[in-house]
Design a protein around this ligand. Structure first.
Ligand SMILES: Nc1ncnc2c1ncn2[C@@H]1O[C@H](COP(=O)(O)OP(=O)(O)O)[C@@H](O)[C@H]1O
Ligand SMILES: [Mg+2]
Length: 359
């Protein structure tokens, strides 16, 4: 049974259609991410689940019960916010106990539940500290403990890591994932950060302009995106628009207006003459400097290096080929000579790595 289900949920703020016909289910123990750019309706969706924002139409079901018109305190959701939202004048213990008292947990149980929550976030010993005496990461862990202490049916996290610096953000996302799996709590994680969504989630729901574009597990969304939006929002992608020419064996041949020809893995629902986009990941393309033996099945195009950017573990090359700017990311492992703008190279990509999207 799904722990949470949204059915055709819409939200209008006056004329603005902020959330459009959103439906999805979350299974027990699953962590799903709502991923999309700022303003696409993620927070509004989360707040409709928590009951802070009323739906314009549609229904919300929690643990098999229709809660669409229930007030927040009757929904049994726990929420963690970007800005932590701890009570500044309360100690760590008091902050965690607060939610339990509001929900009328038996008084005798409260100290034990506070302690268990503190152990979970590995902050036993910090009971008496005030929020201002903690680092940002510690404050966010206390906020997480406060949300978990009430043992909600669903944990809702709204960009909880966005106020932390890059290194801490990486550590914290692993910690959140570990705690989530340890407790086995059904969770929705809202983020605009694709890397966060890819590392944390069982499943990602990609949103744009209030609507769901697609959903899938991280590997699927990354490797075989079904929409140009997801392909370009997640990861680093090359995109060439063209016309489907014909199919050759197992491949479609697509030609761009400026004459770049690419072979792509066979895909259903296409016909010669269709307009299509060909997309492929930057790290899937190879870059050859010297004449190499031809790879008969691969796409291979002559190109000129325009810009080389050193990114630490990888190097990005921007190249021009038949009027298109193509980007290649290669590991920084010393197998390529130092290339300069103006160098001639060959770019090679397998048809199996080229995703065709009709438009
Ligand atoms: N209380 C509100 N009143 C009016 N408009 C709102 C309100 N909350 C959000 N919006 C609008 O709804 C859209 C979606 O916002 P939001 O859900 O916060 O997006 P996200 O969390 O993805 O950045 C935005 O255009 C925002 O300006
Ligand atoms: Mg938001």
């Amino acid at each position: 049974m799904a722990t949470l289900a949204l059915n055709a949920v819409n939200k209008y703020f006056r004329q603005q259609h902020a959330v459009k016909d959103v439906s999805f289910e979350v299974k027990e123990g699953e962590l799903i991410s709502l991923l999309g750019p700022s303003g696409c309706g993620k927070t509004t969706t989360l707040r409709m689940i928590a009951g802070f924002v009323e739906v314009s139409s549609g229904t919300v079901e929690l643990a098999g019960r229709d809660v669409t018109y229930d007030p927040p305190y009757r929904r049994n959701t726990g929420m963690v916010f970007q800005n932590y939202a701890l009570f500044p004048h309360m100690s760590v213990s008091q902050n965690i106990a607060f939610g339990l008292r509001m929900r009328k947990a038996p008084k005798a149980e409260i100290p034990g539940r506070v302690q268990r929550a503190l152990n979970l976030i590995q902050m036993a010993g910090y009971e008496q500290r005030l929020p201002r005496e903690l680092s940002g990461g510690q404050q966010q862990r206390v906020a997480l403990a406060r949300a978990l202490a009430i043992e909600p049916a669903v944990l809702l996290l709204d960009e909880p890591l966005s106020n932390l610096d890059a290194k801490l953000r990486e550590d914290m996302r692993l910690e959140i994932r570990q705690i989530q799996q340890q407790v086995g709590i059904t969770s929705i994680f809202v983020t605009h950060d694709q890397e966060e969504a890819l590392t944390l989630s069982d499943r990602i729901i990609v949103m744009n302009e209030g609507a769901i574009m697609e959903s899938g597990d991280p590997l699927e969304i990354y490797s075989r995106p079904a929409s140009a939006f997801a392909a370009t929002f997640i990861g680093h992608t090359n995109l060439v628009e063209g016309t489907v020419q014909a199919h050759e064996g197992r491949h479609w041949v697509v030609k761009s207006a400026s004459g770049l020809v690419l072979r792509c893995a066979q895909r259903d629902g296409l016909a010669a003459g269709d307009r299509a986009m060909v997309l492929w990941r930057q790290e899937r393309m190879r870059l050859q400097v010297h004449e190499s033996p031809p790879e008969p099945d691969a796409n291979s195009v002559a190109a000129e290096v325009v810009l080389v950017t050193f990114l630490g573990p990888t190097i990005e090359y921007i190249c021009r080929a038949s009027g298109h700017e193509l980007r290649v990311r290669r590991p920084n492992e010393g197998s390529l000579p130092r290339l300069q703008p103006g160098h001639s190279v060959r770019l090679v990509v397998d048809p199996a790595d080229c995703i065709l999207i009709k438009y």
